[in-house]
Design a protein around this ligand. Structure first.
Ligand SMILES: Nc1ncnc2c1ncn2[C@@H]1O[C@H](COP(=O)(O)OP(=O)(O)OP(=O)(O)O)[C@@H](O)[C@H]1O
Ligand SMILES: [Mg+2]
Length: 313
């Protein structure tokens, strides 16, 4: 069995009457990238702060590398690097000097600075003052700080936040490299499914403090249900025709129809049925629900009408 880097059991945190994290059972395998996905206010940062021992849970337990965090803070957290929100950097110092400050605090070896700079590809800019750094460079320096003490586990809270597409691309490439090249387990949070999908091999989805899904990326993608989108000149008649014939079909707000595709022949059968009724079909295609659809259906966001329709389809 694969080793587990992070495990939480019934992890719960309240702020006043509000349940920010509600009986969370996370299971994060070692040496991969785990994407912790959830919309704003879902409880991601609160969870991360508990993983790092920054706040205490009201109930439940955090286990790192198979040991309970309670009572083992020092020894366990020494093996963890973290970047929560924007890194606190001294802008009047150079990149290297910033790392040097932290190195001394940690009592870490000198050569680790060059190693960290190399990993985040800042070696050539290490002599420049941080005030001259772009946001992407600052974020990478923050990552270098988190990597300084050769952590086994790296916890990143929304590492792509505020970066432009080029910065996001660099950060993504870097994160992907860490498990394979350095054996590091990466746990990162994001509110963007498309982002997580590109870096993570395990995914947990949190909404209103509860874990809605946990599994591998292929397991999540398997939930994509195939459906047909149908363009027809007489959508209301066509809808009646399809539902009378026993198909599960719906009309979208844009006037197009969707139907659940149960077999590969569905498109052909529906097409001939509609054409036989002299309905003018100008488009019929098989489409997969996007991960965004899955996410929205998992979070059961019925406030968005098109999603509710798509889910029903
Ligand atoms: N210190 C606090 N005091 C009171 N309520 C808090 C505190 N920290 C978080 N909360 C509440 O707990 C809930 C979860 O917040 P949290 O910051 O963990 O969400 P998040 O998933 O990180 O969101 P975001 O994507 O916006 O960063 C929110 O409703 C938030 O208002
Ligand atoms: Mg947050």
């Amino acid at each position: 069995m694969r080793k587990i880097a992070i495990e939480t059991r019934g992890l719960t945190r309240r702020f006043g009457a509000q349940l920010a994290v509600n009986e969370l059972n996370l299971l994060v395998p070692e040496a991969g990238v785990y994407g912790f996905l959830g919309p704003n206010g879902a409880g991601k940062t609160t969870t991360i702060r508990m993983l790092l021992g920054l706040i205490r849970p009201n109930a439940g337990e955090v286990r790192l590398f198979g040991e309970s965090l309670a009572g083992n803070h020092q020894s366990l957290l020494r093996r963890v690097g973290a970047l929560v929100e924007t890194p606190s950097l001294y802008s009047h110092l150079t990149g290297r000097e910033n790392l040097e400050v932290t190195r001394r605090l940690l009592g870490a070896e000198r050569n680790l600075i060059d190693r960290a700079l190399g990993i985040v590809k800042l070696s050539d800019d290490a002599h420049r003052r941080v005030r001259e750094y772009s946001l992407g460079m600052r974020q990478r320096l923050g990552l270098a700080l988190a990597l300084l003490n050769k952590p086994q586990l790296l916890i990143l809270d929304e590492p792509a936040n505020g970066l432009d597409p080029a910065g996001i691309h660099e950060m993504r490439a870097l994160i992907r490299l860490l498990p394979a090249e350095f054996g590091i387990t990466v746990f990162l949070s994001s509110h963007l499914l498309s982002e997580v999908e590109q870096v993570a091999n395990h995914i947990g989805i949190i909404h209103q403090g509860r874990l809605l899904f946990q599994g591998t990326l292929p397991e999540l993608q398997a939930q994509r249900q195939e459906h047909l989108t149908i363009g027809v000149k007489q959508p209301d008649q066509a809808l009646r025709c399809l539902t009378d014939a026993g198909w599960s079909a719906h009309k979208r707000e844009d006037g197009w129809l969707t139907a659940a595709a149960t077999t590969p022949d569905t498109a052909a059968q529906i097409n001939s049925l509609l054409v036989s009724q002299r309905l003018e079909v100008f488009h019929i295609a098989l489409a997969q629900a996007s991960l965004e659809d899955i996410f929205l259906s998992l979070t059961n966001d019925t406030t968005t009408a098109p999603t509710a329709e798509r889910r029903a389809a």
